[in-house]
Design a protein around this ligand. Structure first.
Ligand code: NAP
Length: 261
């Protein structure tokens, strides 16, 4: 069987890197995309050293030319695209609406919403050919409001709507948005560093407590589910917003995770 090819954005660390490693373990060719060129190449090399097929393509998701370039490089190297994992994301600015920098909001929306749109548009001709999948890494913050997270909540809400529009416009492509839970990555560290200044005390303390009480998820758990969704999400989940740990997702993970042995 021909190996599937997946582009994973934000693959230099955190959830994206965990998803890339798992997708490679499951036999996919993986294309790692993020801005940190050196780290990206190290991680791609580590996957290749482990017997996987990986290509690092450094770039900025908020730049249209970089979105087009990663698609071109992927086709030149692997000859096909079967899935995108739109995972690259930023939380900043953490600040109330009344005070937040407009430039910081612009950069947040460019990264979290317009980036996935630009990359998806560039990849669509190839995704259609293979009845491909787009996995949009969203957040619980897409459906409820967290004070101080205005840009992020707005962006993730928009990402869920992007996912729905994609599902009704593109019948050859399956679009699934996923909520990964609260995960022990740099993004949570940024919330603990910057949250005291930009969030109400009680909202901020909740995130400190989650870390202190050992409640943060390791990135490998939701990352593995995201990789399985990119390879195997059923067609009838098209347009849905799923939680990484809901039963039907975990059933899919159990079904395909065994393939690694
Ligand atoms: N951690 C959580 O609790 C949590 C909860 C819900 C949802 N999420 C979502 O999960 C996704 C991954 O987050 P994470 O927690 O793994 O955060 P993270 O550790 O901060 O990783 C973010 C990734 O995105 C990349 N990135 C950021 N800006 C980029 C840009 N302009 N162009 C290309 N790549 C960019 C970063 O790489 P470079 O800096 O090298 O570019 C990095 O690889 C995000 O969409 C986030 O919103 C996270």
């Amino acid at each position: 069987m021909t190996a599937k090819t997946i582009i994973i954005t934000g693959a230099s660390r955190g959830l994206g890197l965990a998803a890339a490693r798992d997708a490679a373990d499951l036999g996919a060719n993986v294309v790692l995309f993020a801005r940190s060129a050196e780290k990206l190449e190290q991680e791609a090399q580590a996957i290749r050293d482990g017997g996987g097929k990986a290509l690092a393509v450094p770039g900025d998701i908020s730049q249209e030319a970089d979105c087009r370039r990663v698609v071109e490089r992927t086709i030149a190297h692997f000859g096909r695209i079967d899935a995108l994992i739109n995972n690259a994301g930023v939380i900043e600015p953490i600040a109330p609406l009344a005070e937040a920098s407009i430039d910081a909001w612009r950069q947040n929306l460019l990264t979290n919403v317009l980036g996935p749109m630009m990359l998806t548009q560039a990849a669509l001709p190839y995704l259609r050919q293979n009845r491909g999948r787009v996995i949009n890494v969203s957040s619980g913050a897409s459906t409820y409001a967290i004070p101080g997270w205005g840009a992020y909540c707005t962006a993730k809400g928009a990402l869920n709507q992007f996912n729905r529009v994609l599902s009704v416009e593109e019948e050859m492509v399956t679009a699934v948005a996923v909520r990964p839970g609260v995960v022990d990555t740099d993004m949570q560290a940024i919330i603990r560093q910057m949250g005291a200044a930009g969030m109400p005390e009680s909202a901020y303390q909740r995130f400190v407590r989650l870390r202190d009480e050992g409640e943060l998820l390791p990135p490998e758990a939701p990352g593995g589910a995201i990789a399985v969704l990119a390879l195997f999400a059923p067609r009838d989940w098209d347009g849905e917003f799923v939680a990484w740990d809901e039963e039907r997702v975990q059933e899919l993970v159990r079904k395909y995770a065994t393939r690694r042995d």
